[in-house]
Design a protein around this ligand. Sequence first.
Ligand code: TUI
Length: 309
Amino acid sequence: MKTRITELLGCKYPIIQGGMAWVADHTLASAVSNAGGIGLIAGGSAPIDYLREQIRLCKAKTDKPFGVNIMLMSPNADDLAQLVIDEKVDVVTTGAGNPGKYIPAWKAAGIKVIPVIPSVALARRMEKAGADAVVAEGTESGGHIGEITTMCLVPQVVDALEIPVIAAGGIADGRGVAASFMLGAEGVQIGTRFLASTECNIHPTYKELVVKAKDTDSVVTGRYTGHPCRGVKTKFSKKLADGERNGTLTPDEFEEITLGSLRKAVQDGNVDEGSFLCGAIAGMVNEIKPCAEIVEEITAQAEKLLGVK
Ligand code: TUI
């Protein structure tokens, strides 16, 4: 399981935790890093002072490398981009936009830069801009997604780039890791599996929805707003899907009722107004476990399948 990703990031296993907005705090990030992967703190969903504190708390809980994910649609993305430099964060991943303008300063500060991309065109641009690796994120992922499936996207990005590629979307066990490696990936990003971890500080109702979800229980809403998002099917997400399909919700009305809905899911477990974002693999996530067990199980299964141990 030694790849250019473990070498680049200085971690035991090529597993990166998804930078889940509102979800990924220092408790989750330090647990994943201590387990031998790369934990991420989600930036973009909170004020700068809170994130500075989260980074410092994470440093106190692990001497292993960890990162920050910057959601580029966030209004404080510029401040966050500076914060990761000031706090000497090891790794930055980005989502929901093009981080090109920040890359020179991050590289100059010695930060490893890994943009999340949903297409080959953007992957090429990121390589030219100096990215160290990319996360090729398939439409099976939770949250804000692109159109292309992991199976189709990953090998095409691998063929197009020289830098290493990390696969994301639909990976929750060792089979997914082994399959990603067969597609040419040198690492994986895993989000949904870590939602159902002991160290994940989301509302118990959120974990329960993920654990109880079956194969057909994720839904994509918001394509017509330009920001499609995948999450657990609930009464609320069905109302959004119906509103979008029937034209009973305008895109503006859709945006209005989903504003703040992720916070309502994560903090309040509010099933009437919350967006419980998760990937299409939630049906395979059936048990809450500590991150260390999750990482050990996934890597042991992958190593066996790949014949590397
Ligand atoms: O970013 C994600 N997943 C997310 S972000 C999020 S929070 C959110 N809040 C409100 C609205 C939307 C999201 C929840 N989940 N994944 C990485 C990702 N990046 N998926 C797709 C993209 C992406 C899309 C367009 C990356 C680059 C891009 O570039 C467009 C351009 O500017 O060229």
